[in-house]
Design a protein around this ligand. Structure first.
Ligand SMILES: C[S@@+](CC[C@H](N)C(=O)[O-])C[C@H]1O[C@@H](n2cnc3c(N)ncnc32)[C@H](O)[C@@H]1O
Length: 194
């Protein structure tokens, strides 16, 4: 086998393994790394004040486009991008390094198992089951907290939204912002003055 053939074979195997890993994680997590559309991204960013400080968490960063936009949009904030799927995580991590985004941290981990106690803004584009799991996590861990949750397409049922925008796209996508987790605040979130 020539060096060219061997190189082509290695590239082919790498692409196949990468594609397979995306499929496996999509089945496992219940959602593929489909990126937010450009129009929905503009609407989402309009719901996150540019002078936000503290921690902004993107829950399921996919290929990293929205995470990078959030890091540029909120230069005073620390943006934490969570992604479990290997290939999208690697792409997001590489993009963050190439773009030299010092306020963007990319973590390959399950945000449902993460401590989101310091977050002031959460941004997500998930699916019905993912939203339900997030709802349960926030009600359990941060009831009554004044944490801003910005969602794309899927809403948080039972949460009164602060704002809902309809994107002028084919699907009339809904993006929403919620100002507070339902429930009575625990002493920690009460004392934080949020
Ligand atoms: C529809 S994509 C959204 C990508 C990106 N947020 C955007 O809006 O462009 C959802 C992503 O969430 C990731 N994901 C789903 N559940 C997750 C979890 N529990 N922890 C980390 N990542 C998760 C998936 O792997 C997928 O890449």
């Amino acid at each position: 086998m020539s060096l060219r053939d061997a190189t082509a074979l290695v590239v082919l195997v790498a692409v196949a393994v990468g594609a397979l890993s995306v499929i496996v994680f999509s089945l496992k997590l219940g959602i593929s790394p489909l990126p937010t559309s450009a129009q929905a991204r503009v609407a989402l960013l309009s719901l996150v004040p540019g002078d936000t400080a503290g921690e902004v968490h993107e829950l399921g960063a996919g290929w990293g486009g929205l995470a990078l936009s959030l890091a540029r949009h909120c230069p005073r904030a620390k943006v934490v991008a969570w992604e479990r799927s290997w290939l999208p995580w690697a792409v997001t991590w590489s993009r963050a390094r190439l773009a030299r985004a010092p306020n963007l941290e990319v973590r390959r981990a399950d945000f449902l198992a993460a401590d989101l106690g310091q977050a002031s803004v959460l941004v997500c584009y998930l699916f019905t089951g993912g939203m339900r799991a997030l709802d349960e996590k926030l009600r359990r861990e941060r009831p009554g907290a004044a944490v801003s949750v910005v969602t794309n397409t899927f809403l948080l049922h039972g949460w009164p939204p602060e704002r809902v925008l309809t994107v002028d796209d084919l699907y009339r996508t809904k993006v929403a912002r919620y100002a507070r987790v339902p429930g009575a605040p625990t002493p920690r979130d009460d004392a934080s003055g949020l």
